[in-house]
Design a protein around this ligand. Structure first.
Ligand code: F3S
Length: 403
């Protein structure tokens, strides 16, 4: 692998131990994938998580005096200040989790990462342009920036994205080459996609079926809304590993099915009909029992979605035994406050939490509850004992007091 003089110097430790660690990781990955050289990247998103592996790597970088060279946003960890105000601090797992989450956030701040703490940074805090080479980790972020925005990124880990943020480069392989971005599987959509929930179910099914590839969706006749794209992206990477997809006529590249395949023949072709959608929905349900928990915002809700829930809850009260949580970004929450949505949601009894992932130990005080969510990803990561996955309208209807 060709390395510039500056790359060599970084690898030898001439720019400090933290930079050396980051460069060593990128070169090792590059060699594993036969990358010919490093290329500049202009933005990164690290799917920071507040887990031990994350702490280990970011601490190594911080203590080695590494600093981000390019805008590098971060995923949600836990809004510990919010949780401190509402829960028993003596709770053992909360205290344990706090010590890791506080430290992770401190180290990210120290290395100069942007504390966006959102899993949808591509909507506000870190928006790549068409043709920009970037390094984005996070299940919805990688396919969204590749497919909807037309940037070029591989499916990164937290650590490789963070290392790219420190160095400002990534090894050139995979989706950084246009010839590797052609569709591989043709998905014939023969069902009506009415809302974000239907796109979640489609993503859940297609990720499982394709596993690892680039699907081309034929048969979608209406431009997907932003939340619909986000759900499709996220769920395909819960059940599969899908870094890029095409909806001919709507995603920035692949204006037609033929163009999306770029002269290649599909390796596989399959239909998605009402039958596959219904079967996928059924597989996600583990209970019909009455619920005492609703979790929304996985991925983080955007402003439109908060507006929808506010509309559904306006003037209503949640049942006292139902805990109702919506995760969103700090940026979105400010806008939602200005729109009056947060007041409506809180008046009804809901929590609107920023900077927080549903997959954190701080949420363990909700363990054992019978949950309802609009997100198959949330159902998977929260490991609910019993769960119902349904539309946001159904989640709200099950949670409010009957009139
Ligand atoms: Fe976001 Fe965490 Fe869900 S990062 S997508 S809230 S699992």
């Amino acid at each position: 692998m060709f390395l510039s003089r500056d790359d060599e110097a970084a690898l030898k430790g001439e720019h400090g131990a933290g930079v050396q660690t980051a460069m060593d990781l990128l070169v090792t990955v590059g060699e594993a994938f036969d990358a010919p050289k490093m290329i500049p990247v202009t933005r990164a998103h690290a799917a920071s998580s507040g887990q031990e592996g994350d702490l280990f790597f970011v601490e190594l970088l911080a203590k080695g005096n590494a600093r981000c060279r390019i805008p590098t946003t971060t995923n949600p960890v836990a809004n510990l200040e919010y949780f401190q105000n509402i829960m028993d601090k003596r709770q053992k797992d909360y205290v344990e989790e706090s010590s890791i989450a506080w430290k992770v956030k401190e180290y990210y701040r120290e290395i100069g990462a942007i504390m966006s703490q959102s899993c949808i940074p591509y909507l506000a805090e870190n928006i790549p342009q068409y043709g920009e080479h970037v390094a984005f980790s996070e299940s919805s972020a990688t396919p969204y920036v590749n497919s909807v925005l037309g940037a070029l990124t591989n499916r990164e880990s937290i650590q490789t994205a963070l290392a790219a943020g420190i160095i400002g480069e990534t090894p050139e392989f995979g989706l950084h080459f246009r010839e590797n971005r052609k569709g591989t599987v043709l998905v014939k959509v023969k069902t009506q996609l009415r809302n974000g929930y239907d796109y979640s179910i489609l993503g859940q099914y297609v990720g499982k079926k394709v596993e690892n590839g680039i699907p081309v969706f034929d048969g979608i006749s209406k431009r997907p809304a932003i939340d619909q794209y986000i759900n499709l992206c996220a769920m395909m990477n819960v059940t599969g590993a899908i870094p890029l997809f095409y909806v001919p006529g709507f995603t920035v590249d692949g204006a037609t099915v033929d163009e999306a395949f770029g002269g290649n023949r599909p390796e596989d072709v399959f239909d998605v009909t009402d039958r596959e959608m219904k079967q996928t929905v059924e597989e996600l349900q583990t209970t019909n029992a009455d619920i005492d928990l609703v979790q929304l915002g996985c991925p983080h809700y955007n402003l439109d979605q908060l507006g929808v829930v506010a509309g559904l809850l306006e003037g209503k009260k949640l049942r006292p035994n139902v805990s109702f949580w919506i995760n969103t970004s700090a940026t979105t929450k400010v806008m939602a406050e200005r729109a009056g949505y947060v007041q409506i949601l809180e008046d009804a009894g809901a929590h609107v939490v920023t900077d927080t992932c549903i997959d954190i130990v701080a949420y363990n005080f909700l363990r054992g509850k019978t949950g309802m969510t609009d997100s198959p990803k949330c159902a998977y990561y929260r490991r609910f004992k019993n769960v119902r996955v349904a539309t946001v309208e159904e989640c709200v209807a099950a949670a409010v007091e009957k009139e």
